[in-house]
Write a protein that binds this ligand. Sequence first.
Ligand code: M6R
Length: 609
Amino acid sequence: MCGIIAITTSSKVNVSKMITDGLKKLEYRGYDSVGIATINNGKINILKDAGTIDKVNNRLSLENLQGTIGIGHTRWATHGPPSRENAHPHSDCTGNIIVVHNGIIENYLELKENLLKKGHNFSSETDSEVFAHLMEEELKQKNHELSFINAFKRVLAKIEGTYAITLIHSEEPETIFLARKDSPLVIGIREDTKFAASDIPAFLEYTKKVIVLKNGEIATLTPQAVYIEKNGFRIQPKPVIVSWTAASAQKSGYPHFMLKEIHEQPIALRNTLKIDLNVINKASSKILDAERIIFLACGTSYHAALSGYHQFQRILKKKPVYKVIASEFESYSHLFDEETLIFAISQSGETLDVMKALSPARKLGASIISIANVVDSSIPRLSHISLYTKAGPEIGVAATKTHTAQVSLLARLALQLEYDTGLVEKNEFNQNLESLISEIPQVTRSVINQNEFKAKSLASIISNQNHAYFLARGMSIPVALEGALKLKEISYIHAEAFPAGESKHGPIAIVESMFPVIMIAPNDRTAKKMLSNAEEMRARGAYIISVTEKDHNIIERSDYTFIVPKTMSPLVRPITYVIPLQMLAYYAAVRRGFDPDKPKNLAKTVTVE
Ligand code: M6R
């Protein structure tokens, strides 16, 4: 939530253009207001307003601000509605101390009250502005000669909550001050230029050399140097070189990132399945050693977790396997002990609800395995074993390729568990593995090719509707949940998913003529019952859309059909079945005139509770 970028350079370029471009790459984190501040000849310049980056840039020419040091912010409002006043950067009363912040300062009201009593004037309703005034106050204290960095540390000690903070001061015209607690910040390194940002794509065009700032670390950046410390001790982190390319963070001719990312799935899945065998073996033995397993995630990652849950239950039989929405972990925290394995899934690796559950679990001795897409992010760092999806950066707010990559990694793990528990022999395991690896990329490509036009056509039919149901049974339920989430989050059509058998216990009451009901119907043991559920809906006038295989009888009872190939491995189904639903959501959003990359009220990485 909220995107930050800061740049300091000794090359004689104005950083405002790079900051504006970087903010565009971070727009998925929030886009209700935007602002930039630079220092030029010791003077601070700030431009900011409510609106998207393009709109505000067109109005104010953000990218023409002069100066070789600057900070920028794209906002997802928490405290105070989107407005010019509430847009970042914020400054102190003197206008010399400038701050951008991502996170929530929980004790800001109390801090603000004290500052008001001391005569400070506030220009916004945000929690973030207190930081600039606290700095001003610290620097005013004449009784102790405070260096700027020490004042910065004293202010950090006063604030409670979560933060990625970036600060500049007119009297330190080359230095950027940074600190992080629970909200992400990464540093990019080039010889004459240093970057800080909420996410790597913001500066990927300029450098792939990255340091991920860890919780509690404070850093200063000058064009030539990066200095990091924690608890008063200098840290010498080893920068990593990321494999993502600058092109991977661009639309490359597609109208939206989401469509590009849907099309990138074959390659994302192929790369993900190239996982090191040692890591898979280690994860499998950790799972087998545990007394119980808890899947933990939010949103789309939770739907991938549900697929894992179904598979693990099938394979591990009597071993208890739980599925927990991360923000609800407290109801399960009595299970956190040395015998428990937490399986955390998160694209960003920074979702606060997941982190808040993992911290106590770790303290109580639980083991943690995670799947994340962003290397070295917080959740992998809290884990004992980190598995990575190799999907490349995902910019669209609606997760697509990272979801199917998560599911493919879980399928790979399920195959390993089938073998390690003696459910299948070596030969069968090898065959299954080979077909999974060869089948997934090829079958996802053909699902996209065969269904994209159909998704576009269906979108024109259902985009006039206000509601839709997604029904499924058994292992297809996560697909129904994900289909409904995709449709509602980007097209704003109210969509709900139910176990198909449950639909007659209430949801069917609102079904009427043309009400879209999307049936996830593989030709498996659920086939007959799904057919009956389709009939029940049809009898009430529903418009039946089925996602199915070519020999399923449901086709005759459907008004519209997406056909997916029957795969050798049932583990591939949550991938093939979800792709038409991703495309349907995408085209419905476009048809209704919405930007699928930037759904209202949402941010890609949720770093607040
Ligand atoms: O980064 P994470 O996978 O932890 O994010 C979890 C959810 O916030 C995320 O999946 C969200 O539901 C997306 N909007 C789904 O498209």
